[in-house]
Ligand binder design. Structure first.
Ligand code: PLP
Length: 592
């Protein structure tokens, strides 16, 4: 299908040109869809198949020459890659002017056709196929690394290094404010996560358009789909090499229930053929999103200008849907998924780069860390798991080990707001950079914060003391209670843990009844843990809370008789070491 701004080219003229210029006896000439070119699929009398590409009269011949030369370069340097081969005319020309019935002569070129159908027409996309796509593109970029051409530094709106400018140009065509906001979110991500790393990215000439219509697939020997063609080199440009894999990964993500997993397969394949640097791995996610943003922005503009040409907006719907999905994914999670894809054992290389942002000190293996801990760190600090985990970073509800593998963190210690929430990190960084001192001075934030906290509490609990740790908080509570009552004894729940100071260890059965513990000191009294799952009163007992409280009351009465009233009852709101116990309804009311 020809571009509506250039006049159609009749198939008969294509047949005649093939005979005259290429000495081919063409049986059929079928028009193919194309963005700019008038393309024909030519089948000769002998069954050979070619693609005749007729560019618009305005096409830049230097760019067409670059495409031709790149394909010849690939034929020489990567002959196994399934790329089209340029067929020169009888007189050896790569480009010939074809006189169209109307309008100016148009530059034409002939290529061998490749078997298979576009990836876009094929479902599902098994991981092995996505990996092979990445691998083939990695091989392609290896071969193109030594390719240069005078036209390679051309300005191109599909070149991701100009994405912000391209999007800004087409942004007015995005009518829906929600969609504009979505694009702006990804632009912000690109500016903050990719732009600072751009100077460190490798550059080379790349295909630059591994979309699902430019990758052909067919069934392999085992019936599984394999890559049978990498076509349409019309968007080639000299740019950041990593754009190649980001673009292919973006199209692999379309229409997938897990877009990051699909993209990661492409990344992994590419990395196997052409190892990505740590910086390249880090920018993949923002670049992938940028490609989809560029695509939807250009589509929106074209839909306005040429409402009748469906080829021009073919990826628009799935691209928006994918962008909406990607917006819900924490970028750090995607980055780690891609890093993990590159570091998976089968492709892990001894020179594999550590996670960027890691310490400048030499990286230690988990075994080395254990050995060095033994030498210099007290053995009472225990290590969890038979095969200890080396955790190198956290993000929201996830922890990541040194290979980039993500763990859903349901343990940590007491993760109140998850890990490294950007707003929490930013607030702490800001304050650390401004002031970190004592409450003996006046400061606005101290009262603002106290007021906000107190607003969430009932009277008479609307008083704050600021401390740094849970142990300090409990120490202070203990001191307040003892001062107020003039008593020393404390009531605690079985298995409780209240902190790491000496007086709190004395209040913690988890410690004093545990290994190395010496039992409850005389001033500490344990009462029954109100566990409605394993305890004597279960969840089906409507009076369970009162029954457990009764045990405590009996104990308190006995203590009173002995003349030793208690200063305080300490209880975790969700007894943790005891087994994450949810207290029965009304228990605390009965107790206090
Ligand atoms: C229930 C409970 N209380 C008190 C503490 C002591 O807090 P910190 O370690 O901040 O001193 C902890 C710590 O894990 C805890 O789980």
């Amino acid at each position: 299908m020809s571009h509506s701004t250039t006049p159609p080219f009749p198939p008969q003229a294509a047949v005649q040109a093939a005979r005259r210029l290429y000495n081919l006896n063409v049986r059929t000439a079928d028009p193919l869809p194309g963005e700019q070119d008038a393309n024909f699929r030519l089948t000769t009398e002998s069954g050979a198949v070619y693609i005749l590409k007729i560019a618009p009269p305005t096409a830049d011949e230097a760019v067409l020459d670059m495409e031709n030369r790149a394909l010849e370069h690939l034929a020489a340097h990567a002959p196994a890659l399934p790329c089209p081969r340029l067929r020169r005319t009888r007189r050896g020309e790569g480009i010939v002017p074809l006189a169209a019935p109307t309008g100016a002569p148009r530059p034409a070129r002939l290529f061998t056709a490749l078997p298979g159908e576009p990836l876009a027409h094929r479902q599902p996309h098994p991981p092995a196929l996505l990996e092979e796509i990445g691998y083939r593109l990695g091989q392609l970029d290896n071969a193109l690394a030594t390719f240069t051409h005078p036209a390679m530094r051309r300005p191109l709106q599909w070149d991701l290094q100009h994405a912000p400018q391209t999007i800004a140009r087409h942004r007015p065509a995005l009518a829906d404010p929600a969609r504009r906001e979505l694009v702006d979110t990804f632009l912000h991500l690109y500016q903050t996560a990719a732009v600072p790393l751009l100077p460190y990215l490798r550059q080379s000439v790349i295909h630059n358009d591994g979309n699902d219509y430019n990758i052909l697939v067919q069934n392999g020997a085992n019936g599984q789909p394999v890559v049978s063609g990498l076509v349409d080199f019309g968007d080639m440009v000299y740019t950041h090499t990593v754009n190649e894999v980001a673009i292919a990964a973006a199209y692999a993500a379309l229409d997938k229930s897990d877009p990051i997993a699909a993209a990661a397969h492409v990344v992994r394949g590419y990395h196997l053929a052409r190892p990505l640097t740590a910086e390249e791995q880090s920018v993949l996610f923002p670049l992938l999103c940028m490609r989809l943003c560029v695509s939807v922005s250009i589509s929106a503009r074209r839909r306005r200008e040429q409402p009748g040409n469906p080829y021009l907006t073919i990826s628009e719907k799935p691209a928006w849907a994918t962008l909406e999905r990607l917006a819900a994914i924490p970028p750090a999670f995607a980055a780690d998924a891609f890093r993990y894809a590159c570091l998976m054992p089968s492709c892990r290389r001894p020179d594999a780069a550590p996670l960027s942002g890691a310490s400048p000190l030499p990286e230690l293996s988990p075994d080395e860390i254990v050995a060095r801990r033994r030498r210099h760190i007290g053995p009472a600090l225990s290590i969890a798991y038979r095969r200890p985990l080396k955790i190198v970073r956290g993000f929201m509800q996830y922890l990541f080990d040194e290979t980039g593998r993500a763990y859903l963190d349901a343990v940590n210690n007491v993760p109140h707001v998850g890990h490294c929430h950007p707003r929490v990190v930013a607030a702490a960084q800001q304050q650390m950079a401004r002031l970190n001192t004592n409450t003996r001075y006046l400061h606005d934030l101290l009262v603002h914060y106290a007021e906000r906290l107190c607003a969430t509490l009932p009277e008479p609990l609307r008083v704050c003391f600021f401390v740094c740790t849970g142990s300090e908080a409990n120490e202070l509570a203990l001191r307040l209670a003892r001062t107020h009552t003039g008593r020393r004894d404390v009531l605690v729940l079985e298995h409780a843990y209240h902190g790491n100071t000496s007086s709190l260890i004395e209040l913690s059965p988890y410690k004093f009844d545990g290994p190395g513990g010496m039992g409850a000191p005389p001033h500490v009294h344990k009462t029954l843990l109100p566990d409605t799952y394993r305890g004597p009163y279960r969840a089906d007992d409507p009076h369970a809370a009162r029954q457990y409280a009764r045990h405590a009351q009996d104990l308190l009465r006995r203590l009173e008789r002995e003349g030793r009233g208690i200063a305080a009852f300490f209880a975790e709101s969700l007894p943790g070491c005891a087994g994450q116990i949810v207290l029965p309804d009304g228990y605390l009311r009965e107790m206090y």
